[in-house]
Write a new protein. Sequence first.
Length: 146
Amino acid sequence: DDKEAETSLLQGAVEVIMKKDQKKIILKPNQKIVLPILPDSELPGKKSDQEFTVTHLTYDKVDSSFTEVSWIDDRLAFNDQRFDELSKILKRWYNVDFSFKDEDVKAFRFTATFENKTINQILQALQLSRRFNYTINQKEIIISKY
């Protein structure tokens, strides 16, 4: 379901070659590249609506780490992410499905770092900054307006 693929580099160098035009991009330490994931039906040579972007990794001053690679240390970190984007990460991490009853709630933005927390603890913590309800039904989490 992802619309983008992302590669982050901490050390060394990574060369990315664009399939479309053989353009080469060299990532340096502490950089990331974000590429659109093109649908299978897209014809070769057709230009994507979105081009790649190369940016610096997001540095978290609180714990002196990079948000994009926090998973290496068993930490979940979000930096100004929409709730619907964040739910995809939580889905993978906790093997649960999310559904949103209200479009407004999908757009809520969160910045947070969690270490050794249950999905329930994370949702409760997120509720401290934005008002929403959630229901856990086995492996499905339903998010709605407060």
